[in-house]
Design a protein. Structure first.
Length: 153
């Protein structure tokens, strides 16, 4: 049981998929727990410690402007929004979104340390965030080139 996508983007547990997406959001300075679909309760000041420090004043201001509600995805301008805001159990990433997602993931790969552990299973992010990110980027490019959506099941 778990999440499987087409184009070999992801095969693994829902928990690891969420863990990976939270990590991705941190890489781009986005506080995922404050976003629509992830924010089910008022976030306390102490919980801000869990969020990326870059842009923190901006996120606090945005959070205050929506008063006790989650931050809407519409205010975020990043190619990863379709991936980060996506349901973790069904649906699709449209093929025409996949190239921009792959490019953005590639930008992240160039800024992080390669933590790949070849001894561990090559599934989900068990073998490292670098490997998981690279697999997802390669899968997105496969989908884009074949003009096929990445399906989540």
């Amino acid at each position: 049981m778990g999440l499987d996508t087409t184009h070999d983007c992801w095969h693994g547990s829902y928990v690891l998929f969420m863990h990976w997406r939270k990590w991705l959001a941190q890489q781009i300075g986005l506080p995922l727990r404050m976003m629509d679909g992830f924010c089910d309760a008022l976030i306390t000041e102490e919980e801000f410690d869990d969020f990326p420090t870059s842009n923190m004043e901006l996120w606090k201001a945005v959070r205050n402007s929506v008063a006790d509600r989650a931050i809407p995805w519409a205010v975020i301008d990043d190619p990863l929004v379709p991936l980060l805001s996506h349901s973790d159990c069904e649906g699709r990433l449209h093929w025409y979104e996949c190239k921009a997602i792959a490019i953005r993931l590639g930008q992240i790969l160039r800024t992080i340390e390669n933590d790949t552990n070849p001894i561990l299973p090559q599934r989900a992010c068990a073998d490292g965030m670098y490997a998981a990110t690279k697999r997802f980027a390669v899968g997105c490019m496969k989908a884009y080139r074949s003009r096929e959506d990445v399906l989540f099941a």
